[in-house]
Design a binder for this molecule. Structure first.
Ligand code: ADP
Ligand code: MG
Length: 627
């Protein structure tokens, strides 16, 4: 085969340009990425060899070898892992295959400083080679195949593929080191970088002997500890080592918010080394995102795609689970409905929730940071996990009318007013918008706290979870507010308001006539103080926002329930309209006002108007009359 030229996928070309030209200070991470890939390749072969032992015959010990050729200015990274075929190379070293690619590239702006920041969050993997090399040559031979392939590129636009030679399986990466990166031709530098970034790698990383210089190893020198990090004693692992392992295993580049390392012994034996990220992964809410936990059996990597290992509401977890009880040759089918796995999952869930609970008490500020990132995901567990749902609800942080920050249900319960039996909430898409909802006015005036729920998931758990410790959840946009029965914050005369509110019956009758077929009812409101009207759902009907969310998720097909229009007897506009209605001299005016006010109420709910033209005409007429 002659040399074939291929163009990089456009996103890769863009990425490479940034990588090669940026003034990124931490160039040393290229070594972490390449060693990490080598280790992954060995893990994959070790697993494949469980069913096909011939694959590792003659060369059973996995390792990564680094060789420095100072004269030729070449650093070589070599592994005897699974290797790549020609097609593998085209697929893996010319494209970005990971999910979320488009979001990723969308975020690149062409501004180096900003782009480095974005890249820092994703990692550039293999492409980081071009930070230190002006030419990269990859020779690889897939385990079980005879043919080797060479991939070369200078990192600008294209790469070439040609036939090559390789003694056995595995991958060799030759980096032609740039002048500016000459430090990576120094053994002491390589030693330090490996110790920092790859000590946790479970196979030996060896610097090969080279007998022609000072500081060069005289014989092969293993640079790392080379035992699986989770098998080591906690007290012997530094925070940096945990963090580096997290970067390797989680494809993440932040510092973990929490690190959970435990060995469980008893009926079942397994180790957990789990991390909760500090930053929100970019694909947390993308539908194709799966958990990123890796399953090992007796130190052998099995899969990183095992839905049974962890519930979806903990999909932000990174790390590993290593079981002593599963058979090594466990197949995908065996993992489904597997009782061992089920028990591990139960233990893992309890351990993780326990840790979050602990942090919520001991480190409230840190907990709220966690909540900003993952609260919306964790809340899925309130309705998905029958066993832990109540615990998660109790743990949950909420925004409320009581303060700017977070609160929780226990704190809410302590602040409940005399005569208040329900936990009030309002749901919507936007926190700032719902904070201003007219339905809250009466609650504010009486000093009754209302939870502001703006995550889509809130509507789902609310449809399952009806109470917290005996107190019912109740939407402020639903039913007749029990505000009258509760003491007012400003004065303690609950009946005071009643005496000076006018009798609205004439106006209500006129409104009902005008809005016939458009609303379920028109009635006097006790929840409004400043706005003239608002919409509420009838006692048995679905909350207004919930209905909207369920429709958006196609969980609810039927036509919207009709709403109740509540009118505020204390509002000047309402009292004026009442006068007109009582004199019954108003003609169409009161009817038009009713239609206008209904449309206004819809606008506040964020609902589209059924007839915007008619609305505008009525509005113009009213304004003309006023002038
Ligand atoms: P990631 O490791 O996140 O998948 P990389 O850019 O680091 O992304 O690597 C891209 C892909 O190239 C890997 O997923 C793997 O399939 C392949 N690859 C890279 N290095 C090796 C290697 N040493 N041996 C086998 N395959 C490799
Ligand atoms: Mg990688």
């Amino acid at each position: 085969m002659t040399e074939k030229k291929h163009e990089f996928q456009a996103e890769v070309a863009k990425l490479l340009h940034i990588v090669a030209h940026s003034l990124y200070s931490e160039t040393e991470i290229f070594l972490r990425e390449l060693v990490s890939n080598a280790s992954d390749a060995c893990d994959r072969l070790r697993y494949a060899a469980l069913t096909d032992p011939a694959l590792t015959q003659g060369d059973p010990d996995f390792k990564v070898c680094l060789t420095i050729d100072k004269e030729a200015k070449i650093l070589t990274i070599e592994d005897n892992g699974i290797g790549m075929t020609e097609q593998d190379m085209i697929d893996n070293l010319g494209t970005i295959a990971r999910s979320g690619t488009s979001n990723f590239v969308d975020q690149l702006t062409g501004d180096d400083a900003k782009d480095m920041n974005v890249i820092g969050q994703f990692g550039v993997g293999f492409y980081s080679s071009f930070m230190v090399a002006d030419n990269v040559e990859v020779t690889s031979r897939r385990a079980g195949e005879d043919k080797a392939t060479v991939w070369t590129s200078d990192g600008s636009g294209s790469y070439t593929i040609s036939d090559g030679e390789r003694k056995g399986r595995g991958t060799t990466i030759k980096l032609h080191i740039k002048e500016s990166a000459a430090e990576y031709l120094e053994p002491h530098r390589i030693r330090t970088v490996i110790k920092t970034y790859a000590d946790h790698i479970a196979l030996p990383v060896v610097l090969t002997a080279n007998n022609d210089g000072e500081g060069e190893p005289q014989e092969d020198e293993t640079l790392n500890t080379a035992s699986a990090l989770w098998t080591r004693t906690k007290s012997e692992i530094t925070e940096e080592q945990y963090t580096e392992f997290y970067h390797h295993v989680g494809q993440a580049y932040d510092t973990p918010w929490a690190t959970l390392h435990s060995k469980v012994e008893g009926v079942l034996e397994y180790s957990l080394l789990l991390f909760i990220p500090e930053q929100q992964p970019f694909d947390l809410f993308s539908p194709e995102r799966k958990s990123s936990l890796k399953l090992y059996v007796k130190r052998v990597f099995i899969t990183d795609d095992c839905e049974e290992l962890v519930p979806a509401y903990l999909r932000f977890l990174k790390g590993i689970v290593d079981s002593e009880d599963l058979p090594l040759n466990v197949s995908r089918e065996m993992l489904q409905n597997n009782p061992v796995l089920h028990k591990i999952r139960t233990g893992l869930v309890k351990r993780v929730i326990g840790e979050i609970e602990k942090r919520s008490k001991n480190d409230v500020e840190g907990f709220h940071k966690f909540w900003d990132n993952f609260g919306a995901v964790l809340k899925e567990g309130i309705y998905e996990d029958m066993e832990q749902g109540d615990r998660l609800l109790k743990l949950s942080a909420f925004k409320s009318t009581a303060s700017e920050g977070y609160t929780n249900l226990s704190e809410y319960a302590e602040r409940m007013k005399e005569g208040q039996n329900n936990i009030y909430y309002i749901t919507g898409d936007n926190l700032d918008a719902i904070r201003k909802s007219p339905q809250l006015e009466g609650f504010r005036a009486k000093g009754i706290e209302v939870l502001l729920l703006s995550d889509p998931v809130d509507s789902f758990w609310l449809s399952r979870q009806t109470e917290f410790e005996g107190k019912k959840f109740k939407s402020v946009t639903q039913g007749s507010a029990e505000l009258d029965k509760m003491a007012s914050a400003e004065d303690d005369k609950p009946d005071e308001g009643k005496s000076d509110t006018p009798n609205l019956s004439a106006l209500i009758a006129a409104f009902k006539l005008a809005l016939d077929g458009k609303v379920k009812d028109v009635r006097e409101s006790h929840r409004l103080t400043d706005s003239p009207v608002c919409l509420v759902a009838d006692e048995g009907d679905m909350d207004i926002h919930l209905e909207k969310v369920l429709k958006a998720h196609k969980q609810f097909g039927a036509a919207a329930s009709q709403r109740i229009l509540e009118i505020n007897p204390k509002h000047a506009l309402i009292t004026k309209l009442l006068e007109r209605a009582e004199k019954s001299e108003a003609g169409d005016l009161v009817g038009d006002a009713a239609l206008l006010l209904l449309d206004q109420a819809y606008i506040i709910e964020g609902e589209p108007l059924s007839d915007p033209v008619a609305f505008s005409q009525r509005m113009a007429n009213f304004m003309a009359e006023g002038l």
